[in-house]
Design a protein around this ligand. Sequence first.
Ligand code: SAM
Length: 280
Amino acid sequence: MPAKSKLGQNFLHDASAIQRIAAALGDCSSHTVVEIGPGRGAITHTLAARASHVLAIEVDPELAAQLRAELPPERVTVVRQDVLDFDFTGASTAAGERLLVIGNLPYYITSPILLKLAASHSALDRAVLMVQREVADRVAAAPGSRDYGLLSVTAQMYGPVEKLFTLPPSAFTPPPEVHSTVLRWRFAPRFAELGIEEADFIQFLRQIFAQKRKTLANNLRAAGMAPAAVTTALAHTGIHAQARAEALSVESLAALWRTIKTERAASPGEAAHPTTNSLL
Ligand code: SAM
């Protein structure tokens, strides 16, 4: 069966990389593992021997049928489905535990998959994911670095991300045009600890990272916040007036959002211009 490039089919054939990816998940002998995009089963066969049970979610009907024929059904359940429609919460409830996730991701939907996992965080314990190297650099980036931005803060709000190792295109058939990096993401959301509400804060992040070239203050004003309120909020949080969101830690951004909410509650109507679709 030829690989379908529109489904991001680059199959891993490097045996030692397969073992390292499976090992990165840690002990899964008493856990259910969800594999995203099992493909021809490179990782699935190894997982079948290590995990209590594997749910392998594959969108390609031909590959799903082939996997069903090859893998022991008592150890691996092959689900023919788009992973973006997969119910992680339902699967976690059925398994009676938080799930482990693994996948050499189809790169054309990396961001939607990461957002889906973030939205399903309460059903998940940890994930080991292969993504394009540049995406891994952004997801795991530290404040102030070139790669730090909305993707980094959003992912790291749901738990720490580590870059484990990088593979060259030659580890895959057919070889992709990019290098690939394996990430480990442990789900431990920080919203309660930082005193912020999840949906509000994620929307606030979208507004302050809206335009990379603008300062944080300009992005806040562009999102509809009154100039005087912007100056006050930055001063109260100890953030420089010319700072960019890309320079600030998750803790500083959370402190800024708490300040804005407190000031808005103290003087409702003064903090924002009457713009639509704005939190501020
Ligand atoms: N795990 C295999 C490996 O490492 O060799 C295959 C990885 S390949 C990069 C990505 C796999 O994801 C392909 O098998 C592809 O058919 C599958 N896929 C693509 N889009 C998908 C989707 N929306 N939902 C589930 N699987 C998908």
